[in-house]
Ligand binder design. Structure first.
Ligand SMILES: [Ca+2]
Ligand SMILES: [Ca+2]
Length: 308
C-alpha cells in the first residue's frame, strides 16, 4: 500500500511539475529533435488537402503553360538552438523536376533566418549555400551561423518563430505526361543516390558543443489523379447519385472493409479535402446539386468555389 501511495504521489508531483513549468519554455537542445516540412501552394490543378498533401488533377492541366507547383520548406525549431540547418531533398520522379531554388540573398528576401540592418534593409548575416543537381533531381540549402569552426551562435529567426517564414522556396515542374499514382518530394536522411550522400541535418548548440542530428522529416505526398470533384460515379455530372456513392464508401470505410471506389473516385468524393470520405462530403455534394438545380444565371460556380 505504501508503495502504491508513493507511486501516486510521484505521479502527482510529476503532474504539478509539468504545470509549474512555463508554457513557453524552450525545449532542452540536449534532447530536443526539431523537424522540417514542405508546404505546397494550391493552384487550378493542384489541391492541397488538410494534411498538407497535394492532389494534382491532370484533367485541369492548362494547355501551353509550364506546370509548376510552388513549394516552400520550413524548419520547426522550438529550442532556437540551431546553428546549422542543411535540408537536402529529392523528387521521386524525373517527371516532377525540382527547379528555381530561391537563393534568399539574391536579391535578399524575407526568410526563416533573414536579418535587417539598422536602416531596415535585409542583409546577409548568415552563410547560405544553395545547389540544384538536376541530373539527380536533388536540391540542397545550407544555412549556418558565421562559422562552423567553434562558433556557437545560434541562427536568430526573422519572425517570432523559426517557422514564421519559410527557409526557402522552389518549384516542382510537372511533365504533363506523368502517369496517375503517388509520388513525393522527400528529405534525404540516408544514402539514396551514392555513398556518403549529404543528408538533412540540423546542428543544435548545447552546453557540450554542437549536437548534430537528423530532424524529424515530413515529406510531401503528391498524388497524380484525373477526376472531377464531386462526380463520384464518373458520369460527367454532379447529382444525388454521387452523394449516395460517397455514403456507401463511408459505410464501407467505417466497418473497415475495402472501399469499392477507384483512387480517382475517392479524390472526387473528398469534396471538403480533409482526406476522409464521410457524410460531410455527401452533404456538400447534395448542397451543390441543389444549388445547380435551382441556378438560373449564366455561369454557375464550380463545386470548388461553391464549397469554399
Ligand atoms: Ca455523377
Ligand atoms: Ca472529406
Amino acid at each position: 500500500m505504501n508503495k502504491l501511495i508513493s507511486i501516486m504521489s510521484a505521479a502527482v508531483l510529476t503532474a504539478s511539475a509539468v504545470q509549474i513549468a512555463p508554457a513557453n519554455a524552450a525545449p532542452d537542445p540536449m534532447v530536443y529533435v526539431p523537424s522540417v516540412s514542405f508546404k505546397a501552394e494550391a493552384s487550378d490543378y493542384a489541391r492541397v488537402l488538410s494534411d498538407g498533401s497535394v492532389v494534382i488533377n491532370k484533367r485541369d492541366f492548362p494547355k501551353d503553360t509550364d506546370l509548376a507547383l510552388k513549394c516552400s520548406i520550413y524548419v520547426h525549431d522550438e529550442s532556437l538552438a540551431a546553428g546549422v540547418v542543411t535540408p537536402q531533398w529529392k523528387s521521386s520522379s524525373p517527371l516532377l523536376a525540382l527547379d528555381n531554388l530561391v537563393n534568399v540573398y539574391k536579391p535578399p528576401v524575407e526568410f526563416a533566418y533573414a536579418q535587417k540592418n539598422d536602416k531596415g534593409e535585409l542583409f546577409a548575416r548568415y552563410t547560405v549555400i544553395v545547389s540544384n543537381n538536376k541530373d539527380l533531381n536533388i536540391m540542397s540549402f545550407v544555412c549556418m551561423s558565421a562559422s562552423m569552426s567553434g562558433d556557437t551562435s545560434s541562427l536568430v529567426p526573422y519572425g517570432e518563430a523559426s517557422d514564421s517564414f519559410p527557409l526557402t522556396s522552389f518549384d516542382v515542374k510537372i511533365d504533363p505526361s506523368i502517369e496517375e499514382g503517388d509520388q513525393k518530394i522527400f528529405f534525404i536522411v540516408e544514402d539514396v543516390d551514392y555513398e556518403n550522400q549529404s543528408r538533412t541535418e540540423i546542428y543544435l548548440n548545447t552546453e557540450d558543443g554542437d549536437r548534430k542530428l537528423i530532424p524529424e522529416v515530413n515529406d510531401l505526398k503528391i498524388s497524380i489523379a484525373d477526376y472531377k470533384l464531386g462526380d463520384v460515379d464518373e458520369d460527367g455530372s454532379i447529382s444525388s447519385a454521387d452523394a449516395t456513392q460517397a455514403l456507401i464508401a463511408y459505410s464501407e470505410l467505417s466497418v473497415g472493409s475495402e472501399v469499392s471506389l477507384s483512387n480517382n473516385q475517392q479524390f472526387a468524393a473528398d469534396v471538403n479535402g480533409d482526406t476522409q470520405i464521410n457524410s460531410s462530403d455527401a452533404t456538400a455534394i447534395l448542397a451543390y446539386y441543389s444549388y445547380l438545380s435551382t441556378f438560373s444565371g449564366e455561369t454557375p460556380l464550380s463545386i470548388e468555389e461553391y464549397t469554399k
